[in-house]
Design a protein around this ligand. Structure first.
Ligand SMILES: Cc1ncc(COP(=O)(O)O)c(C=O)c1O
Length: 394
């Protein structure tokens, strides 16, 4: 059982604001900020490279913590600056190593985030391939059986989000991995775990994907400017990141180079050691809370919010699926104005515009959403106060 008072005491921001924007960027526990600032102070005192050398063991512990979080060998982890950077580096390696041909098919979940669809549209335009959306099943989440029916040898990439940005649904990413295996699909399987890490168990071993991308600042509660990528053994065996720098590879002779081992070949030399140590502190904090406990509390608060929202005239809750995440979304007359008015009342939420997930928005005739995303440190009374404030606004 989580000690909510303790979580709040650990989170200075709780004192000043009702923060229901954890799917945007969460309030950090002070251990995260302290870790970042302490490293910056060492850089100030002894120099950036020297502080980096001094932190080598603590940085190695960040890979180990991420490995524990998503149940993989830390050697397969790359530390980067965002979920988009993580996903892009996976795709860049695949695109550099494969010969795509006209007629190749790139399948994406219907709720896929724009930044994952846009590069595939670019790739399709350049190669003569095409992007196709995997249909949703009756519960509004990715239809795994329909995916099975779409598969053939021309399907070269399958990209799926675990939890989308703009809906509380949860996709069956394990089912997708199983389906690809059962059909013997040659497709590269990319999973966007940006919104699921920190609020839900994410087990890359069970998912069986080639690329798993995530960010530090959302439900994980790390600093902005952090993220991670985890790659499969197949990615290491059969792809080559492009371009590589002198951290990702070694220039061995005038004309030769050797890729760095493991996930490091997907990284760059220059990185913010302070921020990555901060992300490591956030991962350790989440693991110490217990991902199962976090999941239970976040789901409880999100359901309380949805139940209250359903009682408000003019508000339509849009979350689909039987099992839902901590992302609560609804449409109303002027969602952007609601977000601004809530902000003026000390309540942080966010506005989701249609271009963030164009296919999902059009398929459901939605033009904009209010997103509320509680974390375990939020309280029942914050949820109730938010509902009361909202009632006065719509
Ligand atoms: C589902 C999903 N994927 C990817 C991203 C991109 O994350 P980042 O901004 O860290 O690149 C987001 C950001 O909101 C997201 O919600």
């Amino acid at each position: 059982m989580l000690d909510v008072a303790r979580l709040r005491a650990d989170t200075p921001g709780c004192a000043g604001v009702i923060h229901l924007n954890n799917a945007g960027a969460a309030l950090q526990p002070s251990v995260v900020t302290d870790t970042v600032v302490a490293h910056l102070r060492r850089e100030e005192a002894i120099g950036g490279y020297e502080a980096f050398a001094e932190a080598a063991d603590r940085l190695a512990a960040v890979y180990a913590a991420v490995g524990r979080l998503v149940n993989v060998d830390p050697e397969r982890v790359a530390l980067v600056e965002s979920a988009t950077a993580a996903w892009d580096r996976g795709l860049q390696a695949i695109a550099f190593s494969e010969d795509f041909e006209p007629g190749d098919r790139f399948l994406v979940s219907s709720s896929e985030y724009a930044s994952n669809v846009l590069p595939l549209l670019q790739l399709a335009r350049r190669t003569g391939g095409r992007v196709e959306f995997i249909p949703d099943g009756p519960d509004g989440t990715l239809d795994v059986e329909a995916l099975g029916e779409m598969l053939d040898e021309r399907v070269r990439i399958v990209s799926v989000n675990h939890a989308p940005s703009q809906n509380g649904l949860l996709n069956d990413v394990v089912g997708v991995g199983d389906t690809l295996r059962i059909h013997g699909s040659p497709a590269w399987y990319l999973v966007d775990a940006c919104q699921s890490v920190g609020q839900l168990p994410v087990d890359m071993g069970r998912i069986g994907c080639d690329v798993l991308s995530a960010t530090g600042r959302k439900f994980l509660r790390g600093p902005r400017g952090t993220g991670f990528l985890v790659v499969s053994q197949r990615m290491l065996d059969d792809t080559e990141p492009f371009p590589v720098d002198l951290h990702a590879a070694t220039w061995t002779t005038e004309e030769e180079y050797a890729l760095s081992p493991g996930g490091r070949r997907f990284e760059s030399w220059e990185k913010s050691c302070a921020l990555l140590l901060g992300m490591g502190a956030a991962v350790e904090y989440a693991l110490a809370c217990g991902i199962g406990e976090l999941r239970e509390r976040i789901a409880f608060l999100a359901e309380r919010l949805r139940a209250g929202l359903r009682e408000i005239d003019g508000v339509v809750v849009r979350d689909r699926g039987e099992v839902r995440t901590g992302i609560v979304t609804f449409s109303a007359a002027d969602p952007a104005a609601i977000v601004s008015a809530l902000r003026a009342n000390g309540i942080n939420t966010s506005f989701s515009p249609p271009d963030y997930a164009r296919h999902d928005f059009s398929a459901h005739g939605v033009t904009g959403l209010v997103r509320m995303s509680p974390h375990a440190y939020n309280t029942e009374s914050e949820i109730d106060h938010t509902l009361t404030t909202l009632r006065s606004l719509v």
